[in-house]
Design a binder for this molecule. Structure first.
Ligand SMILES: C[S@@+](CC[C@H](N)C(=O)[O-])C[C@H]1O[C@@H](n2cnc3c(N)ncnc32)[C@H](O)[C@@H]1O
Ligand code: SF4
Length: 383
């Protein structure tokens, strides 16, 4: 008998356009030339969704969260987002108080738009601030200044959504510890429910990769991390994942579901999905057609790749998600989401516990502080 049970199901919707391409960004996003074909794209998204529902027999599953990400979803009109959400909700039962997040760039924001998103069913806004330093925003190729970022946060607070997040990056070109901490202080003063605090990484296929900026020394990065974490904790933001900090009960339900190895459909250009078929015992991964031109070609199947995650891959896949979190996990959770018996990982867990990298209390397993420092080695043990 299979140990698998269907985990919570989320939906990720990708919007692939931005006003400009930022030099550090490797997300599937394209600088806008002309108007966005909003209606055409929504039609393609719903077809993509219907194909996934049929492919994985998802009729009757409850939707737990939605994340409209990008790219820059806030480029879309509230009317389009309303049409998109109402068509999605017509196809699923939804969990009470479902979290619906929309990503917004401060350069594309106005009061009417945020009010409209809230009325359309968006319950959480995630605003890409990155920094409050004007020079830093210019270096990052952002289309907004600090004032617009502050304005966007104030609008988010008052527009009727339940919560909002601010995205910040640190370890920016030539950044001093004081500047990184000042960004955090300014963010905290705006009272967001959640702060995503990412260390800037230089990704292949970006302008920063071909022309690398001068990044801070490792010692500075370490100080930023240590002092920033302390500042966030003091201000009442609990770290629950590598880069995610939230006020009490304000974690991102959508991201938590990814990291707990839940299921998610990914629709839109280049979107990734992961779905469990409890009948066959298979776990599938999907990737959709990446370029808007191809994705919008009439009659073309949006699915680019479909593959079954093999039993050999599952322990690592489970761990690479779960171990990002500060919370513990149970062996039962491992069995239910992977369909594998816990004997497969128990010897590795015990070895890691002997080395002080994992701990086990009342059947709950967790990475220790030391384990977090050597997370890559911990993960490699499951390969
Ligand atoms: C899809 S973007 C957010 C929404 C919107 N596109 C914007 O930039 O305002 C997601 C977030 O990932 C972070 N990010 C993007 N590229 C990154 C990189 N190379 N290193 C670290 N964080 C990065 C940024 O904080 C960004 O806000
Ligand atoms: S960081 Fe955001 S705004 Fe900039 S290119 Fe990437 S997705 Fe677009």
């Amino acid at each position: 008998m299979s140990l698998l049970s269907a985990p919570p199901l989320s939906l990720y919707i990708h919007i692939p356009w931005c006003v400009e391409k930022c030099p550090y960004c490797d997300f599937n996003s394209h600088a806008l030339r002309g108007d966005i074909p909003e209606d055409e794209y929504v039609t393609a998204l719903i077809k993509d969704l219907d194909d996934d529902i049929t492919r994985f027999s998802l009729q009757g599953r409850t939707l737990h969260s939605i994340f409209i990400g990008g790219g820059t979803p806030s480029l879309f009109s509230p009317a389009t987002i309303e049409s998109l959400l109402s068509q999605v909700f017509a196809r699923f039962d939804k969990q009470e108080n479902i979290e619906v997040t929309l990503e917004a760039n401060p350069g594309t924001v106005e009061a009417k738009k945020f009010d409209g998103f809230a009325k359309a069913g968006v319950s959480r806004l995630s605003i890409g601030v990155q920094s409050f330093g004007s020079d830093k925003l210019i270096q990052l190729g952002r289309i907004h200044d600090p004032k617009q970022a502050i304005n966007a946060a104030k609008l988010a607070k008052n527009c009727g959504v339940k919560s909002f997040n601010l995205d910040l990056m640190h370890g920016l070109p030539s950044q001093h510890v004081g500047q990184a901490l000042d960004d955090l202080k300014q963010a905290i003063a705006l009272e967001p429910d959640h702060i995503s605090w990412y260390q800037l990484t230089i990704e292949p296929n970006t302008s920063f990769y071909s022309k690398p900026p001068q990044l801070p020394e490792d010692e500075t990065l370490w100080d930023i991390q240590e002092q920033g974490q302390a500042l966030l904790a003091e201000a009442g933001y609990t770290q629950y994942e590598i880069s995610a900090y939230s006020k009490t009960n304000k974690q991102s339900a959508h991201n938590l579901n990814y990291w707990r190895f839940g299921d998610y459909l990914g629709i839109g250009c280049g979107a990734h999905g992961k779905v469990t078929d409890v009948n066959t015992g298979n776990i599938y991964r999907t990737v959709k057609v990446k370029h808007p031109k191809g994705y919008l070609t009439k009659g073309r199947d949006a699915l680019d790749h479909l593959n079954t995650v093999s039993d050999d891959e599952l322990p690592f896949e489970f761990m690479i998600n779960q171990l990002r979190l500060r919370e513990s996990f149970s062996l039962e959770q491992f069995e239910q989401t992977t369909g594998l018996a816990c004997d497969v990982i128990l010897p590795t867990l015990s070895t890691l516990a002997d080395k002080g990298l994992m701990s086990n209390q009342s059947e709950q397993w967790q990475v220790t502080q030391l384990g977090h420092r050597y997370l890559n080695s911990v993960l490699e043990a499951f390969l």
